[in-house]
Write a protein that binds this ligand. Structure first.
Ligand code: FAD
Length: 403
């Protein structure tokens, strides 16, 4: 038996290995990752790690070798070069091959880069995806006076809040509105006002035309309307692209991610895909999510199937973001809602936004309101929608709604 090979040692790859062992799978497992570091969590890279509140040791997911029996073989710093689906083999950079009974693609996503035409050959433009990116960014931030953030998504805004906290002058430029794709207007409004309160300039509906340099270092960003923003550090937080090339070259079906079924199976026999790189069926459509919860769920489901067990049902998607002293937690997808009810916490410190489509609850955004988030997860996972008039009545406690 050749066992299971996992390509990508991030959140999803690591979790797949751990769940395989937990499910009693005792064939060999080889976990291959291109990065030098042992598997680690990315969320703190734009939060507490960048603020230097925690060190690298707090990011580590732990070497699975130490914890799982039989041992998982972890190979870091190795980029897989190809997949031979017919021979059920992985092709390594030196041309040698490694056979598999099951293959799990957990290749994640990579930060989208600014096009060269905008960068203009200047230095000082960063992305934030890996630990190496975060370390480079952290060093650059020490030297920087003013920071230009391109993209008002989660990574751009989390970085803006860190840079503002560290006393830098920060400007965020966003083509649409802040967090357009992922949060409601009301939640975005709240976060925008936090940024403004902390001295960040937020320019929405505006776009970069080019970067200007001095001695090959970035000196300013120029917008399409001619506005010039002085900056000696630029973060491009303009999204991530799924790493699908290995799969595509092997002839595996790809469409905004590697296409998988409910069990995480790709179009090739015995090949699974999990995490940020995978595109799965969801409520009659298809979806690709970039979240820790999705990586962990998909890893668990694929591991269960490989180990001959029944995978758990997919829970409602959830996500969080920390900016300043605000913790935003989202469960469900707000996208196609047509009504919203707002509830304030008893102490007035937080609130939640309950999104409905007709009389069906589809998503909840909680801002410094972990209680509402927990209740909402319970409701959505069970497919329960509280009546709108109950929810709108603040004398009815949130917890009573889920009882
Ligand atoms: P990744 O973690 O990207 O791991 C994929 C790995 O595969 C990489 O290490 C890559 O090098 C490797 N790889 C790719 N190709 C090859 C190859 N050919 N050979 C070998 N190895 C290869 N999510 C949340 O839910 N909440 C948050 O607050 C949050 N904050 C985030 C903050 C930042 C700065 C970032 C970058 C992400 C954040 N996320 C957050 C998203 C979350 O981290 C990702 O969804 C999660 O890491 C996905 O895990 P993954 O294993 O699918 O992909």
């Amino acid at each position: 038996t050749h066992g299971t090979v996992i390509i990508g040692a991030g959140q999803a790859g690591h979790t797949t290995a751990m769940h395989l062992r937990a499910a009693g799978y005792d064939a060999p497992i080889t976990l291959i990752g291109a990065e030098a570091a042992v598997p680690y969590q990315r969320p703190p890279l734009s939060k507490r790690y960048l603020l230097r509140e925690i060190g690298q040791e707090h990011l580590t997911l732990g070497s699975p070798a130490g914890r799982a029996k039989p041992e998982v073989e972890l190979r870091t710093g190795e980029r897989v070069a190809g997949i031979d689906v017919a021979r059920q083999a992985v092709v390594r950079a030196d041309g040698s091959t490694l056979r598999y009974d099951n293959l799990v693609l957990a290749t994640g996503a990579r930060a989208r880069r600014l096009p060269d035409t905008l960068v203009n050959g200047v230095q000082g433009v960063h992305v934030l995806r890996t630990l190496a990116d975060a370390d480079a960014l952290s060093g650059a931030l020490d030297e920087a006076k003013s920071v230009l953030v391109l993209g008002g998504g989660f990574i751009g805004l989390e970085f803006a809040s860190v840079a503002a906290r560290l006393g830098r002058h920060v400007t965020v430029v966003e083509r649409d509105r802040l967090l357009q794709r992922v949060v409601s207007e009301q939640a975005a409004d709240h976060l925008r006002s936090e940024h403004l309160r902390n001295g960040v300039e937020v320019l929405e509906g505006r776009e970069l035309r080019s970067l200007d340099g001095e001695n090959a270092r970035v000196a300013a960003g120029v917008l399409t309307d001619g506005t010039r923003i002085d900056a000696d550090l630029v973060l491009a937080g303009i999204g991530a692209e799924p790493e699908v090339e290995l799969a595509a070259q092997a002839g595996i079906a790809v469409d905004n991610g590697i296409t998988v079924d409910d069990l995480g199976r790709t179009s090739a026999p015995s090949v699974y895909a999990v995490g940020d790189c995978a595109n799965f069926a969801w409520q009659g459509g298809r979806l690709r999510l970039e979240s820790v919860q999705n990586a962990e769920y998909m890893a668990k489901a694929a591991a269960a199937h490989i180990a001959g067990r029944t995978p758990p049902a997919r829970p409602a998607p959830w996500f969080w973001s920390d900016q300043y002293d605000v913790r935003l937690q989202i469960v469900g997808l707000t996208g196609d809602g047509d009504g919203v009810i707002r509830r304030t916490t008893e102490d007035g410190a937080g609130f939640s936004l309950w999104h409905y489509r007709g009389d069906r609850l589809i998503a909840v955004e909680a801002l410094n309101d972990p209680g509402a988030f927990l209740t909402a997860r319970r409701l959505l996972d069970r497919g329960i929608s509280p009546a709108c008039h109950h929810l709108a009545d603040e004398s009815v406690s949130i917890r009573a709604l889920a009882a």
